[in-house]
Design a protein around this ligand. Structure first.
Ligand code: PHE
Length: 340
């Protein structure tokens, strides 16, 4: 029995798991356990040997029970310590960086443009995209049947309403909102729509930036100086502009404004067709009738207006040769503008 005692205590000592301890408990103290079996033999012993034997077995059982309890407690403590060790959080490890988006190049371009015009005292007037035929055409000197309407293939919503074909109706709405106060000096950025199929240089929706200045004694010189300031701020300080005679029903006289080629800096390359110049904007002196339609007296005030494509300006600034990439949301393109 002494041998057995040693063996049991060694087995308990060597047990590695709580499950292992349970098995030992069963093996010795369970219903069919070895100690239990020993106790059952007491009855078959000679009377005088019974008390001594019984006491011995009971003492052994108590020792085994005590050691089992102690070992259980120590295994549980080890398990807990291990758990704590494993679950510890290293707060100095680098975190998982969330994917951060960036501004769309058109948004970037517009913010720069707005910043430049703020610097010249302009405000931003946001007009509407669904317009009346009256505002989009008639108030701008384009009567029904006017041949210049053909230049802008129009998306009509009803017989009298349409998606604006240019930001120029913003001139009228912006002036009316100023209620005769001077100076009028705002830009109108926004989406415009034309019934054009999509290709590398056309899209049924694109963006324009309109500009309007109305005040006493405004001359063509102001238009030139203002646009040059913008062009140099946006395309770079060595940019030049030139004005060519043109025609718009709502400006008189009218001009096309070219900027020196942003790729070859005016020397002549493929992009500018070897002319050194890129066409960017329509412009001119506000037509007297337009001034009157905005609630001002053309005998008292004069003004200038311009309107250019925001998409085209962004393409020229960053050397983008296909308009479609601005509308396709392809991350391979968009991520190139991160941090710009
Ligand atoms: N609205 C004209 C266009 O879309 C551009 C323009 C604006 C011309 C203002 C002159 C003055 O082509």
């Amino acid at each position: 029995m002494d041998d057995m005692g040693e063996r049991v205590l060694r087995e308990i000592e060597e047990a590695k798991t709580l499950a292992g301890l349970d098995q030992l408990r069963l093996k010795y103290l369970g219903k069919k356990g070895e100690i239990t079996a020993l106790l059952k033999t007491v009855g078959s012993l000679p009377k005088e040997e019974r008390p001594g034997f019984g006491a011995k077995v009971n003492a052994l059982r108590e020792v085994i029970e005590t050691r089992l309890r102690e070992k259980t407690a120590s295994l549980e403590r080890e398990a807990l310590e291990e758990k704590v060790r494993q679950e510890v959080v290293d707060v100095t490890l680098p975190g998982n960086l969330p994917q951060v988006g960036s501004l769309h190049p058109l948004t970037k371009a517009l913010r720069e443009i707005v910043g430049i015009f703020y610097g010249m005292g302009f405000t931003v007037y946001e007009s509407r995209e669904a317009e009346t035929d009256e505002m989009n055409f008639v108030k701008l000197n384009l009567e029904p049947g006017h041949p210049a309407r053909d230049a802008q293939d129009t998306l009509y919503l009803t017989d009298t309403t349409l998606l604006r074909t240019h930001t120029s109706p913003g001139q009228i709405r912006g002036m009316l909102e100023m209620q005769g106060r001077l100076p009028v000096r705002f830009i109108v950025p926004g989406r415009v729509y034309r019934r054009d199929p999509m290709d590398a240089s056309h899209s049924p929706v694109f963006h324009q930036v309109e500009g309007l200045v109305i005040d006493r004694h405004i001359t063509f010189e102001h238009l030139k100086g203002c646009f040059l300031e913008f062009a140099r701020g946006f395309f770079g300080p060595d940019t030049e502009i030139r004005l060519r005679p043109s025609y718009f029903p709502f400006t008189e006289p009218s001009a096309e404004i070219d900027v020196s080629c942003t790729i070859c800096r005016g020397k002549g390359c493929q992009v500018c067709g070897r002319t050194g110049w890129l066409e960017l904007s329509g412009a001119g002196m506000a037509h007297p009738r337009v001034i009157r339609n905005g609630g001002y007296d053309p005998d008292e005030v004069t003004g200038f207006a311009f309107g250019f494509g925001l998409d085209r300006a962004a393409m020229l600034k960053w050397g983008i040769d296909d308009l479609r990439v601005l509308f396709e949301n392809d991350l391979r393109f968009l991520t190139q503008f991160e941090g710009l």
